[in-house]
Write a protein that binds this ligand. Structure first.
Ligand code: PLP
Length: 386
């Protein structure tokens, strides 16, 4: 049976050139970057070269890039330090953020005197920006806006440049979770005007356990992890040298191949939309994900017109790896909070959401397997007659 991997928003396979470069480092550069001898200096040089490479690709200064272990750590560090060290007493965010953002905010809300406002979600899955514009006028409290660039379940995109301008005009800090978008779009972080952003290598064919946070010059974040003072004091702990090298390589490949990869993925996504729409009457797509040009092109959030609590197992039996929500909630029968925010309880009882997420490695043949399998499942639910 052919295996089909369509869960690339959860993680991606490593690119062969990333593996090659990491293996070189594993074999030859085992020095501790903090050591002053040649082994240490060589390892340190690799880290600084990687930082420079990433900074150049995103048009920022190397001093604005801090290596971390993942997107979760980057987002936690930023949000926590804004409250603990930068004097923020109000956070404006949403119920659609990744758990690592929502849980960080909830924890701070419970333990500190922080006012948290979660913006309304519109029926198309966008955040209510009019509400943000109204709220942000109140400058009596130092405020952090934390809104993700692209939603990891339904693929809705935020106009980050517009929000950054609004925040700047109102002396408000702006953090955007860019874990699903860095490497999938040309991104000039300086021009975008955000204060903070985050990245995770394993979403762009790089290694797990490696990411970075971007903090605009002058923002002065303070550390969550203390110790040897690595990463200019913001993130102690001996550096993951091969992880950092792999991260820089994966971002370099993603941006060099951006046009080829995105063109291919958009074609595959449109093909999936067309074939699924033809095969299963009543099928729909959650949020804006059914509009290839106006959503994150790597994600298609499918809404099957019947309820099937066992769909995860049925797809697994057919060799297809797909998530029912984000990775954290895959396997769970309960729909995710993001999907729940788009529908009434009665509507949710009538549908099954599936997140199909693509990479440059996916093929039309794989989409055909997915469509055939879902069509057979729909036949059982009598949506389609055999
Ligand atoms: N933010 C978003 C939008 C994500 O999709 C993810 C992972 O799914 C994360 C943050 C967390 O990243 P990591 O897996 O590197 O901790």
């Amino acid at each position: 049976m052919q295996k089909v991997y369509l869960d690339n928003a959860a993680t991606t396979p490593l690119h062969p050139s990333v593996i090659e470069e990491m293996v070189q480092v594993m074999q030859n550069n085992y020095g501790n970057p903090s050591s002053t001898h040649v082994y240490g200096r060589e390892a340190k040089a690799l880290i600084e070269l990687s930082r420079k490479k990433i900074a150049t690709l995103l048009n920022v200064s190397p001093a604005e890039i801090f290596f971390t272990s993942c997107g979760t750590e980057s987002n936690n560090t930023i949000i926590r330090s804004c409250i603990n060290d930068l004097g923020v007493t109000r956070i404006i965010s949403s119920n659609l953020e990744h758990k690592c953002v929502q849980e960080s905010i909830r924890d701070l809300e419970n333990r500190h005197n922080v006012e948290v406002i979660r913006l309304n979600t519109l029926t198309n899955g966008d955040i209510d920006i009019t509400q943000l514009i109204e709220l942000i006028q109140d400058q009596s409290q130092k405020t952090l806006v934390s809104l993700m660039h692209a939603n990891n379940e339904i693929g809705n995109l935020l106009d980050v440049k517009k929000i950054a301008k609004i925040c700047q005009a109102n002396q408000t800090l702006f953090h955007t979770d860019t874990v699903q978008t860095i490497g999938h779009y040309e991104m000039d972080l300086t021009e975008l005007g955000v204060d903070f952003a985050s990245c995770s290598a394993h979403k762009i064919h790089g290694p797990k356990g490696s990411g970075f946070l971007y903090a605009k010059k002058g923002t002065h974040l303070k550390p969550m992890i203390l110790g040897g003072g690595q990463e200019r004091g913001l993130r102690s702990g001996t550096e993951n040298v091969y992880g950092v090298v792999g991260l820089a390589k994966s971002l370099e490949i993603a941006l060099t191949e951006l046009v080829n990869h995105s063109t291919h993925i958009k074609k595959i996504k449109q093909y999936a939309i067309d074939q699924l729409t033809q095969a299963i009457p009543g099928i729909g797509f959650n949020g804006l994900s059914g509009d290839v040009d106006n959503s994150l092109y790597t994600i298609l959030s499918v809404r099957l017109p019947f309820h099937d609590a066992l769909i995860g197992f049925e797809l697994e039996l057919a060799g297809i790896a797909i998530s029912q929500g984000s990775a954290c909630s895959s396997g769970a029968a309960k729909v995710s909070a993001v999907i729940a925010s788009l529908y009434t309880d009665a509507e949710i009882d009538q549908i099954t959401p599936l997140r199909v997420s693509f990479s440059y490695l996916n093929t039309v043949e794989e989409i055909d397997i997915l469509v055939e399998t879902l069509k057979k499942i729909a036949e059982k639910h009598e949506v389609v007659t055999a």
